[in-house]
Structure formats: structure tokens, C-alpha cells
Design a binder for this molecule. Structure first.
Ligand SMILES: [Fe+2]
Length: 193
């Protein structure tokens, strides 16, 4: 599934500079779609660089979005490697697709933390909800808009508690636990309640 969209090339170059780990995706088309997706979600929500996204209250002050996503992606790869060393047969996962899922899982954060929209939602939650959509829904919308595989849209939509209502894919199951662990470790390390 895809539709017409335009990407700001300066923002796209900024995404690559913020998250060099995108370069680990060998499939050129997939890598380009990942960059398009991030550039599109940033521009649609009035951000130029990933570092500008505020992210989670309090916790966001301890870790920028690109650093969180890079760490989660490395943790996912590390977990798969450890599991594979322990198992008779390696997990059936496509490394490029797993990378794309991990790098894109928070594609919706520029929307959920859109400064202008958030102020509007907060003032009138009975009108549109607060937030109107969580990052999971919006991330899936962006993934499908740029024509990323449905597995990536699934990772966006289901890596958070929303995923309890479906059977998560193997990649998204790993992502869900790693993403959750990242924030729990951060909370414990800095004694954030
Ligand atoms: Fe995350």
C-alpha cells in the first residue's frame, strides 16, 4: 500500500545524520523508505531534526529520540544474537526487516509530541481526545503512506500495550520487550517514579 507523498531532502539528510544505524539496512529500497518515513513524519509535525522531538515527559529529558531508537535497535540485534547462540536453530528473522521495524517503531512520536497539536488536545480533550492518536496509530499511518512493508506498520502499531489485542509478530514481540526494558532501566537508573 502506498500513496503520493513528498519528502524534504534536507530533513531526510538530517535523519541519516541523527541515526547512522539506518546505514546498516542493506536493502537500498527499504533503507530509502525508512528515511522517507522519518522525514515525512518530522515535516508533517513541524520538526526539522529528530533531536527536536520532546518525547516522554521526564524520561525524554534523559534521552533524545534518536539515541533511544538507536539503543533499542542495537538491543534488539543483541537479543537476537544471544538467543541464536542458545538455540539449536536460529530465529527466523530477516535482519533488514528487523532493523527497519526497530528504527521505525516510534515513527508516530513527532505527532504524539507535536507541540502545537498537543496544546490544542490538552485544552479540549472532549473534542478530539488527548492525545488524539497515540504514536502507535500515527506511526502505522506513516509507514503505510511511504509504502514500507506491512510488518513495519505492525511494529509501529503493536510494539506498545495496544499490541495485546493481536498476536504480535516475532520481531515485534522482541521489540515490545526491549522498548519496555529500555524505559524501565532508565527509570531505575535515575530513580524516576
Ligand atoms: Fe520506543
Amino acid at each position: 500500500m502506498s500513496s503520493k507523498y513528498e519528502v524534504n531532502q534536507e530533513i531526510k539528510a538530517g535523519v541519516m545524520a541523527s541515526m547512522p544505524i539506518i546505514g546498516e539496512i542493506n536493502d537500498v529500497k527499504l533503507r530509502d523508505k525508512v528515511l522517507d518515513a522519518w522525514a515525512l513524519t518530522l515535516e508533517e509535525n513541524e520538526f526539522k531534526r529528530m533531536e527536536e522531538i520532546p518525547g516522554l515527559p521526564v524520561l525524554g529529558e534523559y534521552c533524545s529520540q534518536p539515541k533511544h531508537i538507536t539503543a533499542v535497535t542495537k538491543m534488539v540485534l543483541g537479543m537476537v544474537e544471544c538467543m541464536n547462540e542458545a538455540l539449536e536453530e536460529p530465529l527466523k528473522l530477516d535482519r533488514d526487516l528487523l532493523l527497519a521495524c526497530a528504527i521505525c517503531h516510534d515513527l508516530g512520536n513527532p505527532y504524539e509530541y507535536n507541540i502545537r497539536k498537543r496544546k490544542r488536545w490538552e485544552e479540549h480533550p472532549s473534542k478530539e481526545g488527548y492525545p488524539c492518536l497515540r504514536h502507535t496509530f500515527y506511526g502505522a499511518h506513516i509507514a503505510l503512506t511511504v509504502g514500507l512493508p506491512e510488518a513495519v506498520a505492525h511494529a509501529c502499531a503493536c510494539h506498545s500495550p495496544e499490541g495485546q489485542f493481536v498476536e504480535r509478530s516475532l520481531g515485534t514481540t522482541i521489540l515490545y520487550h526491549v522498548d519496555d526494558a529500555f524505559w524501565k532501566i532508565l527509570r531505575s537508573a535515575y530513580e524516576i517514579s
